[in-house]
Ligand binder design. Structure first.
Ligand SMILES: Cc1cc2nc3c(=O)[nH]c(=O)nc-3n(C[C@H](O)[C@H](O)[C@H](O)COP(=O)(O)OP(=O)(O)OC[C@H]3O[C@@H](n4cnc5c(N)ncnc54)[C@H](O)[C@@H]3O)c2cc1C
Length: 311
């Protein structure tokens, strides 16, 4: 079967593109290398989102579940655990190839976000050794933190918000190497209202323990301090992995991001793109911008495939 559109990536951008494609009754297949939901489900499922219009606050997991349910209710078929490796050219259609098969479509929308991202590592002794034994990059569910001492490392929105979540059930310390946070002012205000202890201008030196994490040693203005800890979360960002994209014969910028025109077309006719993966002057990486670009990309794919009289 040749689909009208294949969407690569089931994060907010890909799912929104699917919703818009289906509103035009295009046959739509959404492929994702991991689980549908994108960064919301894989990087910050328990974090509150405060800037998605219509929701004063919504948990990332809930928003991603709603996006998936909405896309499916519109008739999108979502195939998880399908990592796209190549996009080959057929006669009037594309062949989207993965490790375990291929799918065909008259148009493609690339919505792979920051790719197969990995959490950024701190590079201190104990980080690898205790990974999964008290040390992690994602905050465990709140119930599993009760009566544990949590140390959060980082100074961005995510680190602060996860520290606030942890603090609602247990003793939590936030460590940041600078003298102020880079998080949004509204998030810093929430931190001020919480009971999270802070150590600024403080660098983690090592994560220590026997079988599991027992403490973190930090350098606080030249003085080494040992902080007791049962759970250490390193939350200092993610490293994008956009290697797959290099094989898709699309024009990229020097950072490996995908260049697009105003209608979200790429350098390859019939292939469109949206979300964190695209770059243009003033690009702002947020859910709402990803969704906006997705609506445009889906509309452009519709015009390309169906060639309506008004296009
Ligand atoms: C910690 C953190 C907190 C954030 N908080 C907020 C917030 O509060 N508000 C806000 O608006 N934004 C927030 N963001 C930003 C927001 O998450 C992103 O802008 C948004 O997820 C971009 O959506 P996307 O669909 O473009 O990409 P993603 O969410 O990254 O989804 C891309 C999908 O593509 C899949 N994929 C990648 N490569 C392939 C491949 N080769 N084949 C198939 N599938 C592939 C991935 O598995 C993934 O599911 C936050 C980001 C982070 C890291």
């Amino acid at each position: 079967m040749i689909e009208d559109v294949i969407i690569i990536g089931a994060g907010p951008a890909g799912l929104t593109a699917g919703i818009y494609a289906r509103s035009r009754k295009m046959s739509t297949l959404v492929l994702d290398a991991a689980d549908a939901g994108g960064q919301l489900i894989s990087l910050y499922p328990d974090k509150g989102i405060h800037n998605y219009p219509g929701f004063a606050e919504v948990q990332a997991r809930k928003l991603s579940e709603r996006l998936v349910a909405h896309a499916e209710s519109m008739g999108c078929r979502i195939l998880e655990s399908f990592r796209v490796l190549r996009i080959e050219q057929g006669d009037g259609f594309f062949i989207v190839k993965g490790e375990d098969g291929e799918h065909m479509a008259r148009s493609v929308i690339v919505a792979i976000g920051i790719g197969l991202f990995k959490p950024r590592k701190l590079g201190v002794p104990g980080e690898e050794e205790f990974h999964g034994r008290g040390m992690d990059y994602v905050l465990p569910e709140k119930d599993r933190l009760v009566d544990k001492k949590v140390v959060m490392i980082g100074g961005g929105n995510s680190a602060l918000e996860m520290a606030i979540i942890a603090d609602s059930v247990t003793d939590t310390t936030l460590i940041h190497r600078r003298d102020c946070f880079r998080a949004d002012e509204s998030v810093v205000e929430s931190l001020d209202r919480s009971g999270v202890k802070r150590l600024l201008e403080t660098k983690p030196v090592s994560i220590n323990g026997e079988d599991k994490v027992e403490s973190v040693t930090v350098d606080c203005n030249g003085e080494l301090i040992e902080i007791p800890a049962d759970v250490v979360i390193i939350n200092i960002g993610t490293t994008p992995d956009l290697e797959d994209l290099k094989e898709w014969s699309l024009e990229l910028d020097s950072e490996g991001l995908l260049k697009v025109e105003g209608d979200m077309r790429t350098s390859r006719p019939g292939i469109f793109a949206c979300g964190d993966v695209v770059i243009y002057p003033g690009k702002y990486r947020q859910i709402v911008t990803a969704c906006g670009e997705a609506a445009t990309a889906a509309n452009s794919a519709y015009k390309f495939v169906k060639k309506p009289y008004w296009a």
